[in-house]
Design a protein around this ligand. Sequence first.
Ligand SMILES: Cc1cc2nc3c(=O)[nH]c(=O)nc-3n(C[C@H](O)[C@H](O)[C@H](O)COP(=O)(O)OP(=O)(O)OC[C@H]3O[C@@H](n4cnc5c(N)ncnc54)[C@H](O)[C@@H]3O)c2cc1C
Length: 272
Amino acid sequence: MDHALALLEELGPEARLLAGGHSLLPMMKLRLAQPEYLVDIDPLADELGYITLAGAELRVGAMTRHRDLLESPLLADTIFTDAERVIADPVVRNRGTIGGALCQADPSEDLSAVCAAVGARLVIRSRAGERVLDMHAFSLGPYETAVCPAELLTEIRVPRRSGSAYAKVDRRVGDWAIAAVGAALDVRDGVITHAGLALTAVGGELTVRAAEDALVGAGPEAFKRAAEIAAAQCDPVTDQRGSKEYKRHVVGVLCERVLQRAFARAQHSEEV
Ligand SMILES: Cc1cc2nc3c(=O)[nH]c(=O)nc-3n(C[C@H](O)[C@H](O)[C@H](O)COP(=O)(O)OP(=O)(O)OC[C@H]3O[C@@H](n4cnc5c(N)ncnc54)[C@H](O)[C@@H]3O)c2cc1C
């Protein structure tokens, strides 16, 4: 890692990290990215490819592949496995990394909403030291993050929520989302004590604060209202994937669905 950071510093902003290559290489083929140097961090796959439990949170190394997220017993029946099941196909999932996905920050990419919904914190390292950001500080907009040219995203810290879920509507298996929604809840005695609700591919903010506020202190009776708020507050555009009205409708339907599934999972985890 020290070598990679030294190279980034030495080569300057014309250098780009190459992780799984499943976003950067297509961008280079299309001439949308033309970096002068590539710093291949595949050799860091051992050092930065892990999912471990540290107290109340999970620590996920930035080079963890989609496939490892999908197959980890620590993430079974969570928003992560729901999302990973519908990200691309096995070829992409075998190579693509969580760090690459978050740093690419494609507005249709699924793991940003997943990390925002659970309230993940991201560890960014440079030769000068480390800083830790939440998703709101990390994600600056489409294709833009707070990671500077001489920095590397090293770890994603994921608080364990009592129940979480993700659902996506796409045109065909493995495609990018028309719209997708993630929910992460903490539930005690049937009452929601923490709510995270995040959207993919429909513009607006990553999370829907007003809908989250409507859920805290309530139970399933608040799901419909939260879904209405999310559908009203997202800001989709009409494109080849559908009209903005259709996408808004999908957001509402998916919100209710993921909230129900997250709540059911939370209740199940309370019982065991
Ligand atoms: C056909 C296809 C379908 C896809 N479908 C989906 C989908 O449905 N949903 C979805 O979410 N994604 C989808 N993807 C994207 C896929 O998940 C990519 O693997 C992922 O977005 C990028 O991960 P990577 O490791 O390949 O990153 P790379 O392509 O290697 O890098 C992407 C960017 O991140 C930077 N970067 C990488 N790692 C770091 C790091 N640790 N620190 C700082 N910067 C870093 C690179 O410099 C580059 O700018 C699809 C990709 C393909 C090719």
